[in-house]
Write a new protein. Sequence first.
Length: 343
Amino acid sequence: MLTLAGNGASRWRFGGVVVCVAIGALSLRWWTAVSIQPVEFVQVQPEESNEPIQPIEAIPNLDPRRIALGRKLFDDPRLSHDNHISCATCHVLPKGGADGRARSIGIYGAVGVINPPTVLNSGLNFRQFWDGRAATLEAQVDGPILSKIEMGSSWPEVLAKLRNLPEYAIGFQRIYSDGVQTEHVKDAIAEFERSLTTPNSRFDRYLRHETNALGSQEQEGYKLFKSLGCASCHQGMGMGGNMYQKMAVTLPVLADKPPLTRVDRGRFNVTGDPRDMNMFKVPSLRNVALTAPYFHDASAATLEDAVRTIGKCQLRRPLSEQQVELIVAFLKTLTGELNGKPL
Protein backbone atom coordinates (compact mmCIF):
# COMPACT_ATOMS: atom_id res chain seq x y z
CA MET A 1 0.00 0.00 0.00
CA LEU A 2 1.29 3.33 -0.92
CA THR A 3 2.94 5.85 1.31
CA LEU A 4 5.19 8.71 0.42
CA ALA A 5 7.11 10.87 2.81
CA GLY A 6 6.04 14.31 3.88
CA ASN A 7 7.34 17.62 5.12
CA GLY A 8 8.98 16.77 8.40
CA ALA A 9 5.99 17.49 10.61
CA SER A 10 5.58 13.95 11.87
CA ARG A 11 7.81 12.29 14.42
CA TRP A 12 9.93 9.23 13.83
CA ARG A 13 9.98 7.32 17.07
CA PHE A 14 13.39 5.77 16.51
CA GLY A 15 16.05 7.94 18.13
CA GLY A 16 13.63 10.85 18.40
CA VAL A 17 14.42 12.08 14.91
CA VAL A 18 11.71 14.20 13.35
CA VAL A 19 10.96 13.00 9.86
CA CYS A 20 8.38 13.41 7.19
CA VAL A 21 4.84 12.15 7.26
CA ALA A 22 4.32 8.88 5.40
CA ILE A 23 1.51 7.73 3.09
CA GLY A 24 0.08 4.32 3.70
CA ALA A 25 -2.80 4.41 5.99
CA LEU A 26 -5.32 7.06 6.85
CA SER A 27 -7.91 8.20 4.33
CA LEU A 28 -7.68 11.98 4.37
CA ARG A 29 -9.78 14.42 2.45
CA TRP A 30 -8.28 17.62 3.67
CA TRP A 31 -7.14 20.27 1.30
CA THR A 32 -4.58 23.02 1.78
CA ALA A 33 -3.75 26.00 -0.41
CA VAL A 34 0.02 26.08 -0.23
CA SER A 35 2.04 27.36 -3.16
CA ILE A 36 4.71 25.14 -4.63
CA GLN A 37 8.00 26.15 -6.15
CA PRO A 38 8.99 24.77 -9.55
CA VAL A 39 11.20 21.71 -9.45
CA GLU A 40 14.29 21.59 -11.66
CA PHE A 41 14.92 18.07 -12.96
CA VAL A 42 18.34 16.61 -13.66
CA GLN A 43 19.53 13.16 -14.63
CA VAL A 44 20.20 10.96 -11.62
CA GLN A 45 23.56 9.26 -11.53
CA PRO A 46 23.12 6.09 -9.46
CA GLU A 47 25.65 5.60 -6.70
CA GLU A 48 24.50 2.63 -4.66
CA SER A 49 26.58 3.52 -1.60
CA ASN A 50 25.01 7.00 -1.41
CA GLU A 51 21.40 6.06 -2.15
CA PRO A 52 18.70 5.80 0.56
CA ILE A 53 17.35 2.66 -1.13
CA GLN A 54 19.21 -0.60 -1.64
CA PRO A 55 18.50 -3.36 -4.15
CA ILE A 56 16.55 -6.30 -2.77
CA GLU A 57 18.59 -9.32 -1.84
CA ALA A 58 17.21 -12.75 -0.98
CA ILE A 59 17.07 -13.46 2.74
CA PRO A 60 19.95 -15.89 3.39
CA ASN A 61 20.03 -19.29 5.07
CA LEU A 62 16.41 -20.28 4.48
CA ASP A 63 15.53 -23.98 4.73
CA PRO A 64 14.13 -25.31 1.43
CA ARG A 65 12.25 -28.11 3.23
CA ARG A 66 10.45 -25.67 5.49
CA ILE A 67 9.76 -23.36 2.55
CA ALA A 68 8.13 -26.24 0.63
CA LEU A 69 6.01 -27.22 3.62
CA GLY A 70 5.09 -23.60 4.29
CA ARG A 71 4.04 -23.13 0.66
CA LYS A 72 1.70 -26.10 0.94
CA LEU A 73 0.18 -24.73 4.15
CA PHE A 74 -0.10 -21.23 2.66
CA ASP A 75 -2.20 -22.60 -0.20
CA ASP A 76 -4.34 -24.98 1.89
CA PRO A 77 -7.92 -23.83 2.65
CA ARG A 78 -8.24 -26.56 5.26
CA LEU A 79 -6.53 -24.24 7.70
CA SER A 80 -9.82 -22.32 7.83
CA HIS A 81 -12.87 -23.51 9.71
CA ASP A 82 -15.04 -23.89 6.62
CA ASN A 83 -12.22 -25.31 4.44
CA HIS A 84 -12.64 -22.52 1.91
CA ILE A 85 -10.17 -19.77 2.87
CA SER A 86 -6.41 -20.11 2.60
CA CYS A 87 -3.63 -17.58 3.10
CA ALA A 88 -3.40 -17.44 -0.71
CA THR A 89 -7.06 -16.44 -0.97
CA CYS A 90 -6.26 -12.93 0.23
CA HIS A 91 -2.58 -12.87 -0.76
CA VAL A 92 -2.48 -13.75 -4.44
CA LEU A 93 1.22 -13.96 -5.20
CA PRO A 94 1.12 -13.32 -8.99
CA LYS A 95 -1.01 -10.21 -8.34
CA GLY A 96 1.49 -8.55 -6.03
CA GLY A 97 0.71 -10.54 -2.88
CA ALA A 98 -2.69 -8.92 -2.35
CA ASP A 99 -6.15 -9.60 -3.80
CA GLY A 100 -7.10 -6.24 -5.32
CA ARG A 101 -10.03 -5.81 -2.94
CA ALA A 102 -10.61 -2.90 -0.60
CA ARG A 103 -11.54 -5.48 2.04
CA SER A 104 -10.79 -9.17 1.76
CA ILE A 105 -13.59 -11.73 2.01
CA GLY A 106 -13.20 -14.25 4.78
CA ILE A 107 -15.08 -17.22 6.19
CA TYR A 108 -18.77 -17.46 5.23
CA GLY A 109 -18.46 -14.28 3.17
CA ALA A 110 -17.44 -12.05 6.09
CA VAL A 111 -15.93 -8.75 4.98
CA GLY A 112 -12.68 -7.56 6.53
CA VAL A 113 -12.18 -4.24 8.29
CA ILE A 114 -8.91 -3.09 6.73
CA ASN A 115 -7.12 -3.18 3.38
CA PRO A 116 -4.75 -6.17 3.70
CA PRO A 117 -1.10 -5.45 2.93
CA THR A 118 0.95 -7.47 0.52
CA VAL A 119 2.78 -10.55 1.77
CA LEU A 120 5.62 -10.05 -0.71
CA ASN A 121 8.83 -8.89 0.95
CA SER A 122 7.12 -9.12 4.34
CA GLY A 123 10.27 -10.74 5.70
CA LEU A 124 11.94 -7.33 5.35
CA ASN A 125 9.40 -5.64 7.66
CA PHE A 126 10.39 -4.87 11.22
CA ARG A 127 6.84 -5.59 12.41
CA GLN A 128 3.72 -7.11 10.83
CA PHE A 129 0.21 -5.68 10.31
CA TRP A 130 -0.54 -1.99 9.84
CA ASP A 131 -0.46 -1.40 13.60
CA GLY A 132 2.65 -3.52 14.18
CA ARG A 133 0.95 -5.81 16.67
CA ALA A 134 2.94 -8.86 15.54
CA ALA A 135 6.68 -8.70 16.16
CA THR A 136 7.48 -11.60 13.81
CA LEU A 137 6.08 -13.43 10.82
CA GLU A 138 5.52 -16.42 13.10
CA ALA A 139 3.37 -14.31 15.44
CA GLN A 140 1.49 -12.88 12.45
CA VAL A 141 0.14 -16.33 11.52
CA ASP A 142 -2.16 -16.26 14.55
CA GLY A 143 -3.99 -13.23 13.17
CA PRO A 144 -5.79 -14.63 10.11
CA ILE A 145 -6.18 -18.19 11.38
CA LEU A 146 -7.86 -17.15 14.64
CA SER A 147 -9.82 -14.17 13.30
CA LYS A 148 -13.57 -14.80 13.29
CA ILE A 149 -13.96 -12.90 10.02
CA GLU A 150 -10.92 -14.28 8.23
CA MET A 151 -10.21 -18.01 8.62
CA GLY A 152 -12.30 -18.50 11.75
CA SER A 153 -10.37 -21.49 13.06
CA SER A 154 -8.48 -22.47 16.21
CA TRP A 155 -5.16 -24.19 16.75
CA PRO A 156 -6.70 -27.39 18.14
CA GLU A 157 -8.89 -27.59 15.01
CA VAL A 158 -5.98 -26.89 12.65
CA LEU A 159 -3.70 -29.42 14.33
CA ALA A 160 -6.37 -32.12 14.32
CA LYS A 161 -6.92 -31.66 10.58
CA LEU A 162 -3.23 -31.73 9.73
CA ARG A 163 -2.47 -34.76 11.88
CA ASN A 164 -5.21 -36.70 10.11
CA LEU A 165 -3.68 -35.99 6.69
CA PRO A 166 -0.81 -38.39 5.88
CA GLU A 167 1.03 -35.90 3.67
CA TYR A 168 1.27 -33.49 6.57
CA ALA A 169 1.89 -36.06 9.30
CA ILE A 170 4.82 -37.43 7.31
CA GLY A 171 5.98 -34.04 6.04
CA PHE A 172 6.19 -32.49 9.50
CA GLN A 173 7.88 -35.55 10.98
CA ARG A 174 10.66 -35.31 8.41
CA ILE A 175 11.49 -31.77 9.51
CA TYR A 176 10.36 -31.55 13.13
CA SER A 177 11.02 -34.47 15.46
CA ASP A 178 7.76 -34.01 17.38
CA GLY A 179 5.60 -33.75 14.26
CA VAL A 180 2.64 -31.41 13.81
CA GLN A 181 2.69 -28.68 16.45
CA THR A 182 1.40 -25.12 16.49
CA GLU A 183 4.85 -23.57 16.55
CA HIS A 184 5.95 -25.73 13.62
CA VAL A 185 2.99 -24.67 11.48
CA LYS A 186 3.86 -21.04 12.20
CA ASP A 187 7.54 -21.69 11.54
CA ALA A 188 6.95 -23.29 8.15
CA ILE A 189 4.53 -20.61 6.93
CA ALA A 190 6.89 -17.85 8.11
CA GLU A 191 9.85 -19.49 6.37
CA PHE A 192 7.88 -19.60 3.11
CA GLU A 193 6.88 -15.96 3.49
CA ARG A 194 10.51 -14.97 4.05
CA SER A 195 11.31 -16.53 0.71
CA LEU A 196 8.90 -14.17 -1.08
CA THR A 197 11.39 -11.46 -1.91
CA THR A 198 11.06 -9.75 -5.29
CA PRO A 199 14.50 -8.72 -6.57
CA ASN A 200 15.62 -7.48 -9.98
CA SER A 201 13.14 -4.69 -10.52
CA ARG A 202 14.23 -2.20 -13.14
CA PHE A 203 14.98 0.20 -10.31
CA ASP A 204 17.18 -2.38 -8.58
CA ARG A 205 19.09 -2.82 -11.82
CA TYR A 206 19.48 0.94 -12.00
CA LEU A 207 20.88 1.03 -8.47
CA ARG A 208 23.39 -1.57 -9.59
CA HIS A 209 24.63 0.93 -12.16
CA GLU A 210 22.66 -0.35 -15.15
CA THR A 211 21.89 3.24 -16.11
CA ASN A 212 19.72 2.35 -19.09
CA ALA A 213 17.31 0.38 -16.88
CA LEU A 214 15.32 3.59 -16.29
CA GLY A 215 14.24 6.15 -18.83
CA SER A 216 14.77 9.86 -18.32
CA GLN A 217 11.23 10.43 -17.02
CA GLU A 218 11.60 7.62 -14.48
CA GLN A 219 14.95 8.97 -13.33
CA GLU A 220 13.40 12.40 -12.91
CA GLY A 221 10.62 10.79 -10.89
CA TYR A 222 13.19 9.25 -8.55
CA LYS A 223 14.91 12.63 -8.22
CA LEU A 224 11.60 14.18 -7.23
CA PHE A 225 10.83 11.28 -4.88
CA LYS A 226 14.00 12.12 -2.98
CA SER A 227 13.76 15.90 -3.15
CA LEU A 228 10.24 15.90 -1.69
CA GLY A 229 11.43 13.76 1.21
CA CYS A 230 9.64 10.54 0.32
CA ALA A 231 12.85 8.55 0.76
CA SER A 232 13.08 9.62 4.40
CA CYS A 233 10.41 7.05 5.20
CA HIS A 234 10.64 4.79 2.18
CA GLN A 235 14.25 3.65 2.29
CA GLY A 236 16.27 0.49 2.68
CA MET A 237 15.65 -2.67 0.68
CA GLY A 238 11.94 -2.70 1.47
CA MET A 239 11.37 1.01 0.73
CA GLY A 240 9.33 1.08 3.92
CA GLY A 241 8.28 -1.39 6.57
CA ASN A 242 10.91 -0.32 9.07
CA MET A 243 9.31 2.47 11.11
CA TYR A 244 6.00 3.86 12.36
CA GLN A 245 4.63 7.23 11.32
CA LYS A 246 1.80 9.35 12.65
CA MET A 247 -0.58 10.43 9.95
CA ALA A 248 -2.03 13.88 9.30
CA VAL A 249 -0.66 15.72 12.30
CA THR A 250 0.11 18.80 10.20
CA LEU A 251 -3.36 19.76 9.02
CA PRO A 252 -6.42 21.11 10.83
CA VAL A 253 -9.46 18.87 11.26
CA LEU A 254 -12.07 20.19 8.86
CA ALA A 255 -15.82 19.80 9.16
CA ASP A 256 -16.06 17.50 6.14
CA LYS A 257 -13.48 15.04 7.44
CA PRO A 258 -15.05 11.54 7.53
CA PRO A 259 -15.52 10.00 10.98
CA LEU A 260 -12.72 7.77 12.16
CA THR A 261 -13.21 4.09 12.84
CA ARG A 262 -11.37 1.89 15.31
CA VAL A 263 -8.82 0.74 12.74
CA ASP A 264 -8.03 4.39 11.93
CA ARG A 265 -6.48 4.68 15.38
CA GLY A 266 -3.55 2.57 14.24
CA ARG A 267 -0.98 1.58 16.81
CA PHE A 268 -2.99 3.21 19.61
CA ASN A 269 -5.16 0.07 19.57
CA VAL A 270 -2.07 -1.92 20.54
CA THR A 271 -0.40 0.31 23.10
CA GLY A 272 -3.16 2.55 24.45
CA ASP A 273 -0.62 5.36 24.38
CA PRO A 274 -2.20 8.64 23.13
CA ARG A 275 1.07 9.39 21.33
CA ASP A 276 0.38 6.37 19.12
CA MET A 277 -3.00 7.61 17.89
CA ASN A 278 -3.07 7.38 14.08
CA MET A 279 0.40 5.83 14.09
CA PHE A 280 0.94 3.16 11.42
CA LYS A 281 3.77 1.06 10.09
CA VAL A 282 5.09 2.67 6.93
CA PRO A 283 4.33 0.13 4.21
CA SER A 284 6.71 -0.99 1.53
CA LEU A 285 6.48 0.54 -1.93
CA ARG A 286 7.92 -2.54 -3.59
CA ASN A 287 5.59 -3.77 -6.38
CA VAL A 288 3.22 -0.94 -5.45
CA ALA A 289 1.89 -0.70 -9.02
CA LEU A 290 0.26 -4.13 -8.47
CA THR A 291 -1.36 -3.55 -5.09
CA ALA A 292 -4.20 -1.09 -5.67
CA PRO A 293 -6.31 0.15 -3.95
CA TYR A 294 -4.12 2.16 -1.59
CA PHE A 295 -4.07 3.30 2.04
CA HIS A 296 -5.24 1.15 4.92
CA ASP A 297 -8.84 2.06 4.12
CA ALA A 298 -8.41 1.61 0.34
CA SER A 299 -9.60 5.15 -0.34
CA ALA A 300 -7.26 5.72 -3.31
CA ALA A 301 -8.11 3.63 -6.34
CA THR A 302 -4.98 4.39 -8.36
CA LEU A 303 -1.37 5.41 -7.83
CA GLU A 304 -2.20 8.80 -9.32
CA ASP A 305 -5.01 9.26 -6.79
CA ALA A 306 -2.72 8.30 -3.93
CA VAL A 307 0.09 10.60 -4.97
CA ARG A 308 -2.28 13.56 -5.46
CA THR A 309 -3.92 13.00 -2.09
CA ILE A 310 -0.63 12.85 -0.27
CA GLY A 311 0.65 15.93 -2.02
CA LYS A 312 -2.37 17.91 -0.85
CA CYS A 313 -2.80 16.45 2.60
CA GLN A 314 0.56 15.24 3.81
CA LEU A 315 3.24 17.15 1.94
CA ARG A 316 1.21 20.36 2.21
CA ARG A 317 2.18 21.18 -1.34
CA PRO A 318 -0.31 20.25 -4.05
CA LEU A 319 1.60 18.50 -6.79
CA SER A 320 1.35 19.46 -10.42
CA GLU A 321 0.15 16.86 -12.88
CA GLN A 322 3.69 16.68 -14.26
CA GLN A 323 5.03 15.87 -10.80
CA VAL A 324 2.36 13.23 -10.25
CA GLU A 325 3.17 11.70 -13.62
CA LEU A 326 6.89 11.57 -12.85
CA ILE A 327 6.49 10.03 -9.40
CA VAL A 328 4.08 7.39 -10.71
CA ALA A 329 6.47 6.58 -13.56
CA PHE A 330 9.18 5.96 -10.99
CA LEU A 331 6.92 3.87 -8.73
CA LYS A 332 6.10 1.59 -11.65
CA THR A 333 9.78 0.64 -11.93
CA LEU A 334 9.63 -1.01 -8.48
CA THR A 335 7.93 -4.18 -9.73
CA GLY A 336 10.35 -7.08 -9.34
CA GLU A 337 10.57 -10.79 -9.95
CA LEU A 338 9.20 -13.67 -7.88
CA ASN A 339 11.01 -16.97 -8.12
CA GLY A 340 12.89 -15.67 -11.15
CA LYS A 341 9.75 -14.65 -13.09
CA PRO A 342 8.58 -11.06 -13.65
CA LEU A 343 5.48 -10.09 -11.69
